[in-house]
Design a binder for this molecule. Structure first.
Ligand code: ADP
Ligand code: MG
Length: 241
């Protein structure tokens, strides 16, 4: 069984594609109620990891456990049903629907009906600072605001674990700062375990007490912002390209 408040535990997770090891023996924990950062250069294996956690890719070896549930044995729709939700590196919205309707559709897909679904949509729009744009067509929003709609859609499904693949990509500094505050509040108030994948080290450092660093599929460091900031392998991975 698994429920909100459980950690997601990754052990020895490896994914090989033909001629390439995308993730190599990864082990770490996504803790409930915390924001865990996952950083690393392009091609490090970050999105591949998310694709395994959500059942899009089958791991080559290793385990993923959520509470007492072995995720290797659960299909993608079952993983979503356990409350493990994700955003994508590329935004996926209904462009001709309003912002409110986009989030409402997600609330309905999660089983909310009628006025309850409307209430969920309004709550998640507020959580992401989108209330003033509720009636705007999604396509009319800035790129950063559309990213926030995508997160609101995820929140409307009542996730217990939320995997965010580069949510601040394309956001301006104000949007990024707001996003940080919103994500921190969501993790703390709802006890959601957040995995934040980002390129922007400053953003990750400000938001995450615990950070995992990948390079070429391998975990090269793990720890607090101070611990990883001074780590020689991290400096080399980021500067030595
Ligand atoms: P990141 O998200 O850290 O930039 P990815 O997880 O997208 O990295 O990619 C890690 C490596 O795995 C890259 O070399 C990428 O080309 C490769 N890769 C990812 N998905 C596939 C796939 N479906 N088939 C073959 N190679 C893939
Ligand atoms: Mg990626």
């Amino acid at each position: 069984d698994a429920r909100a408040g459980d950690d997601l535990v990754i052990e020895g997770l490896t994914k090989t594609f033909v001629g390439l090891t995308a993730t190599d023996d990864l082990s770490f924990v996504i803790r409930a109620g915390h924001v865990t950062g996952l950083i690393g250069p392009n091609g490090a294996g970050k999105s591949t990891l998310v694709n395994m956690l959500t059942g899009q890719y089958a791991p080559t070896s290793g385990s993923m456990r959520y509470g007492s549930v072995d995720l290797n044995a659960v299909a993608a729709h079952g993983i979503a049903g356990l409350g493990i939700a994700r955003t994508f590196q590329n935004i996926r919205l209904f462009h001709r629907l309003t912002v409110r309707e986009n989030v409402l559709v997600a609330a309905q897909a999660a089983g909310h009906r009628g006025a309850a679904a409307e209430a969920v949509a309004l709550r998640e729009l507020a959580a992401m600072g989108l209330s003033a744009m509720a009636s705007a067509e999604a396509s009319s929003l800035s790129y950063g605001a559309r990213r926030k709609v995508e997160i609101a859609r995820c929140l409307a499904t009542d996730p217990a674990i939320l995997l965010l693949d580069e949510p601040a990509a394309g956001m301006n500094p104000d949007e990024t700062r707001e996003l940080g505050a919103q994500l921190r509040r969501i993790a703390e108030e709802r006890g959601i375990g957040l995995l934040l994948i980002e390129h922007d080290l400053e953003f990750v450092n400000a938001l995450c007490g615990h950070i995992i660093v990948l390079n070429r599929g391998k975990k090269i460091a793990e720890g607090t912002p101070a611990e990883i900031g001074g780590h020689p392998a991290v400096i080399e991975a980021y500067m030595g390209r």
